[in-house]
Design a protein around this ligand. Structure first.
Ligand SMILES: Cc1ncc(COP(=O)(O)O)c(C=O)c1O
Length: 401
């Protein structure tokens, strides 16, 4: 499979400045100059407030914000731009649904057993209010078990909330089947798209997901996120916050919430990041999401296949490259993940992540030590994967000596 040209690296100022091999993309990706310039446009030339004032600066900003929302709609292939609610991040999107979707005592929420804390802790908090939570156990190969999900389903399940691509090992859950099964039981589906947005082409209209939460900072953008809410559900979710910008009218005793996305975006917004988010989507679209997916999958396959061959190295999680993308997690016998991460950084400025990756529940069940996680994106090249493999081999050999 072809991979993207290394000339793309010229777009990323961080890569020009340092010799870093950046493989911590699941945490945060680098930003291209196009996105940085879009953010700078706001601070250098505008600095107004959207949707409130009537002067030229504000009008100009209104247009840029609306355009960004439209671009983001196109990127996710959502039905309407007013289904897009800007949030701080994926975490805020998930919390908005968890605490706003009118769950009642006795209602059930179903997740996988490999959720990020952001898609676990809110449900555990709700447990204290009488809402029940079932985490579907994985198969022995750590894959999502549709049969086990079927057993967990009943009319009491109101929300199925699952990660799309896992930040543990890059495993892609069978999301279409999960959505179908959830809808068969009348449950709504919330997708944690933190690791899928920017890595695979998305078509939310086709997927028929009810809610989809994502972070722009994991897809070439600034630190901001969005929650996509199906149009007919917009008014069924209570906002997390109330205030300026969310109401059509108010008296000292009452208020009338706006319809659509505006009811959720309380107070002045991070306009620079909204514009940067739109620019990041434009940037990714221009390269082509199919090509980006192929690129990531090619690197993932190579990395997993080569790591498996090193004595003392074990792949953590699903170890089938056909089912994973952008992330390879591993351990080296005799070394703690943090030590490996430090050694890789020291040897070759290889930036990886180590630990339990905010998925404590999964690691506490299956892999108490945590692991080393290498995660790729569109600017990584095969020679970087080769250097990582060489350095991992050298560390693994240390124990043999
Ligand atoms: C799968 C998954 N879900 C949720 C999150 C939380 O994302 P954020 O910190 O941007 O809210 C992450 C972050 O790494 C993640 O990987």
């Amino acid at each position: 499979m072809p991979i993207l040209s290394s000339s793309l690296r010229n777009d990323f100022p961080v890569l020009k400045r340092s010799k870093i091999i950046y493989l911590d993309n699941a945490c945060m990706t680098l930003r291209p100059k196009q996105v940085i310039e879009a953010i700078n446009w706001y601070y250098k030339t505008n600095c107004a407030c959207a949707g409130r004032s009537f002067h030229k600066q504000s009008e100009e900003l209104n247009e840029r914000v609306a355009k960004a929302r439209e671009t983001i709609k196109g990127f996710f292939k959502a039905s309407k731009s007013h289904e897009i609610v800007f949030t701080k991040n994926t975490t805020e999107g998930i919390n908005t649904v968890a605490f706003g979707f009118n769950l009642r005592r006795g209602d059930l929420v179903v997740t996988s057993d490999r959720e990020h804390n952001s898609n676990l802790i809110p449900w555990l908090v709700l447990k204290k209010r009488g809402i029940k939570h079932i985490a579907v156990p994985s198969t022995e190969n750590f894959e999502f078990d549709l049969e086990a999900m079927h057993e967990a389903m009943s009319k009491k399940v109101k929300i199925v909330s699952v990660v799309h691509i896992s930040n543990i090992d890059g495993y892609e859950l069978p999301i279409k089947e999960i959505i179908k099964l959830s809808h068969d039981f009348g449950a709504k589906v919330l997708i944690d798209g933190a690791q899928s947005a920017g890595h695979i082409p998305l078509n939310l209209k086709k997927l028929d997901a009810d809610f989809f939460a994502a972070s722009s900072h994991k897809a070439c953008g600034p630190i901001i996120g969005c929650l996509l809410i199906k149009e007919e559900l917009l008014e069924q979710v209570k906002p997390l916050m109330y205030g300026g910008g969310t109401v059509a009218n108010a008296t000292l005793n009452s208020f009338e919430l706006l319809a659509k996305h505006e009811r959720f975006e309380a107070g002045l917004q991070d306009y620079a990041s909204i514009i940067g988010f739109g620019e990041a989507c434009k940037y990714l679209n221009k390269i082509g999401m199919e090509k980006i997916e192929q690129h990531d999958r090619t690197l993932t396959k190579k990395l997993m296949k080569r790591l498996v061959d090193i004595n003392g190295v074990t792949i953590v999680g699903v170890n089938d490259w056909r089912k994973c993308t952008s992330i390879v997690s591993f351990n080296i016998e005799g070394f703690s993940p943090h030590d490996v991460a430090l050694m890789l950084d020291e040897a070759h400025s290889i930036a990886v992540r180590s630990g339990k990756h905010c998925a404590h529940a999964w690691f506490n069940k299956y892999c108490k030590s945590g692991c080393v996680r290498a995660s790729t994106f569109l600017y990584n090249q095969m020679d970087e994967i080769n250097i990582l493999v060489e350095e991992v081999s050298k560390i693994a050999e240390l124990l043999e000596k």
